[in-house]
Design a protein around this ligand. Sequence first.
Ligand code: SAH
Length: 488
Amino acid sequence: MSAGTVYLVGAGPGDPGLLTVRAAELIARADVILHDRLIPAEALAGARPDAEVLYVGKQGGGRQVPQQETHRLLVEHAHAGRTVVRLKGGDPFVFGRGGEEALACLEAGIPFEVVPGITAGVAVPAYAGIPVTHRELASGVAFVTGHEDPAKPDPALDWPALAAFPGTLVFYMGVRSLPRIAEHLVAGGRPADEPVAVVERGTLPGQRTLLATLSDVAERAAAERMRAPAITLVGPVAELRERLAWLERRPLHGRTIAVTRARPQASALAARLRELGADVVEAPAIRTRSLEAELPDLAAYDLVCVSSPNGAAELFARLASAGLDARALAGRTVAAIGPGTARALKEGGIVADVVPERAVAEGLVEALAGVDVRRALVVRAREGRDVLPDALRERGAEVDVLALYETVAEPLDEPTARAARAADYVTFTSASTVRYFLDAAGGLDGPRIASIGPATSAALRDAGLEPHVEAEPHTPDGLVAALVADAR
Ligand code: SAH
């Protein structure tokens, strides 16, 4: 059997968005992934479900895997013909021992490739608003290892030469060696008032930056309890942060927001909130389950109302399994409860005729006031409200309700429930998220409560909770806008 290839892949500094396209592609293909601790947690989400994922980290207090053991695993898996991804934080060749692993492959006759990653020394300062080079301030940058253990000074570091280096110094590791670093640099002739930035957990939620000078950085970093992983940057460019800090300016920066909606819908809302700087706790309290239901002859109705995006998806799925498509709705008036449902209908090839301004059942009733209806079909969840069918019947229409799915509780593990209870905001996007989240989390006391609209707010009040924020319009976008306004 021919040996598989070993890919030495950089995973970037932590923000999953900073993974390269090539890294994501290889992660999705790998038979085996050997990874460090400092990789984005989300990076492994794209791995094949049957991929073997092994932790071989060395940093931190957890299990320490000796480098020789990592070499042995790389060679062994590749010899067995597997595609091996060796996934490392940042860039594999910058303080990542990637060079040693490449040499181990070479010696064993294993083909290898290197996929560079975005190194922390560049990305972390950038997220803190610090360019590592800048015209007139720094025409060079040096990447230096500070070492985690201050008791083991590195004789390889030529401090006088580093002090004399005409440019920015970026120290990896070594947040505990700050006193030694500052002392050596000042002794070597760097001005005591030279700016220093220490950035902890750069590019991750909870990134913290300390801006100090060589004379006080050790003391202030200790007082602020700056911890690994951190980058220390020495040079006049650090001061640009005062003007260029951008991360902290995002409207939801520093806010933790729990999202309780079902997982498939949660990710879009979570992504939007993260983009605005929020730290998102995904705590899905519900999921939907398809119901057995006979699809009636749609031609018998003059109006078909769809009351959720999931209802639309279910409807198209049923049509498809009956060998039908969007043409089954030809000639019917199709009404969507809101823009999200209208979008889901559009994905199936149907442009809704009626979409109310207010995305609630009452809004749809109003929007249908001018529409002549004899027979209507309402496609919805089993537990949906009867506002719409009742109103249509009152107007003399014959109404059938077609429940294509039901909403059930999604179990919430204790760490997630705890994180949600400790959040700044908990968002609710339906009455069922209220009910099931409160059941699973055992109540809510502390976070501000954000509701997507009146039906959800009513469910909150029934549970004895007054929403602090109610979206207007009653859509996920409206909810995001209301959170931004409240967080100001
Ligand atoms: N190969 C990696 C570096 C590995 S050494 C790279 O190219 O980035 C580990 C050190 O990198 C940490 O001790 C810390 O100094 C730095 N580091 C990695 N991720 C970091 C992050 N998110 N924030 C701050 N420093 C980070």
